[in-house]
Design a binder for this molecule. Structure first.
Ligand code: CTP
Length: 412
């Protein structure tokens, strides 16, 4: 902790341990932060568990040290914030499941109870923050040994049945850390994939989003296909070499900045039928905007032949593509086999969509255009002329409008 945590955060954590002890409560650092510290990776996202009452401890901490508290007494949780620093405090609890996939029944418990309810041994360790035992590791399930052996291991055989989100979490950690599923864990995971049907779409979606935020999401998706997990979420989803290559190309487009998860999602659903896509949208209860981007991806895919026509002027490319969301456009650019289609999608994304007129409706009226629907059409025609390179500057736009107005006058 001394080496890996920033000094200010370390001070806050130490202070929290002292305040807890003065209240007769015992405080621990738990979960992902302990795992990452033991792996030698920095961790700023600290979860603390208290044998006592988290909201009460947070308020004592604020009184002793200053800072803000956001408490959820009903859940026994609190967020403590002081300047830039923040920590999450949770009351130690035990959990039981009334039926597979249900949310757990929760009651206050000891640190051992709290660790027992967790997903994998490597996430089920704690570090004492109590001044008397500060820094000691609590490791009832031999998580440290599994870290050394690079294994993802569940704590008990009913783990995936209790909470099938762990199936997706196992794949995420396995790929992120470059670990392996321990043999029995792998066997139970395969056997329990049907339990994915027992959890809500919201929970599956959340885990899928977390996978898509990883540095190399395709690794978990390929493994999810191998183990039959992806097919359980949707029979036509595929995590294969095609997907892995497209994800890699997506990263190459913006070196140093990871692609938006929505782009990965559009690539993942690109080979679904429109009906299949609707099924997935419903099953995972996708947000409206996400559903729109997913639908856009497939509608655009079906309209790509029009974009492959020879001799399309930029204005026609613009008209074909203007209604689609950027992620859908980019996914289709990455997925298309046609160099011409790819090139036109990139032309739209990189240039055409930013082409704006210098003149507006007021300017056109000032130049003599009569108000009314014709003015709107003239603005649109001017925009198309600009896209096609016929009017580059404000002056050229004005000249073009002047010419059109003279033509109208001559006609009448
Ligand atoms: N946890 C769990 N089962 C879940 C979700 C969470 O046991 N279904 C536990 C794990 O001990 C985990 C901790 O809660 O370490 C915190 O959850 P989360 O923030 O999702 O995990 P982190 O380990 O912090 O993961 P990450 O590094 O991805 O943030």
């Amino acid at each position: 902790m001394e080496e890996r945590l920033p000094a200010e955060l370390l001070e806050l954590v130490r202070k929290a341990g002292e305040v807890a002890a003065s209240q007769g409560q015992r405080l621990y650092l738990v979960g992902g932060a302990v795992r990452d510290l033991l792996l030698g990776q920095p961790s700023l996202d600290l979860d603390l568990v208290v044998e006592g009452h988290a909201p009460e401890l947070a308020r004592h901490l604020a009184r002793a040290w200053g800072g803000e508290v956001l408490a959820h007494p009903h859940f026994g949780t609190a967020k403590f914030r002081r300047g830039e620093l923040s920590i999450d405090l949770v009351t130690a609890r035990s959990e039981t499941y009334s039926r597979p996939g249900a949310l757990p029944n929760v009651k206050p418990g000891s640190i051992d109870d709290d660790l027992l309810r967790r997903d994998f041994t490597i996430n089920a360790m704690a570090i004492h923050l109590d001044p008397a035992s500060y820094g000691e590791l609590v490791d009832p399930y031999h998580g440290r040994g599994d870290l050394d052996q690079r294994l993802i291991r569940i704590l008990h055989p009913k783990s995936f049945v209790d909470d099938a989100t762990r199936i997706l979490r196992a794949l995420r950690y396995e790929q992120r850390l470059d670990f392996q599923l321990e043999a029995t864990t792998a066997e139970l995971l395969r056997q329990d994939t049907p339990m994915l049907d027992s959890i809500t779409g919201d929970r599956i979606r959340h885990e899928l989003e977390l996978i898509l935020r990883e540095a190399y999401p395709e690794k978990a998706l390929v493994q999810a296909q191998e183990l039959g997990v992806l097919a359980r979420i949707h029979p036509s989803l595929r995590g294969d070499s095609w997907l892995a290559e497209r994800f890699g190309e997506a990263r190459e487009l913006t070196p140093g900045t990871p692609p938006e998860p929505s782009l990965y999602l559009c690539l993942l659903i690109h080979r679904l039928s429109k009906e299949g896509n609707e099924l997935l949208i419903r099953r995972l209860r996708m947000a409206k905007a996400t559903a729109r981007t997913m639908r856009d991806t497939l509608t655009l895919k079906s309209e790509l032949p029009a974009l492959a026509e020879p001799c399309l002027p930029p204005s026609s490319i613009y008209r074909l593509l203007e209604r689609y969301s950027p992620a859908a456009l980019l996914a289709n650019a990455l997925a298309s086999d046609s160099p011409l289609v790819r090139q036109r999608l990139h032309l739209f994304l990189d240039e055409l969509r930013y082409v704006k007129l210098s003149l507006n409706g007021e300017d056109l009226k000032r130049l003599g255009a009569p108000p009314g629907p014709r003015l709107g059409r003239m603005l649109q025609a001017l925009h198309e002329a600009k896209l096609d390179g016929e009017a580059k500057t404000r002056q050229e736009e004005e000249e073009l409008v002047g010419r059109w107005l003279r033509l109208v006058e001559d006609d009448s």
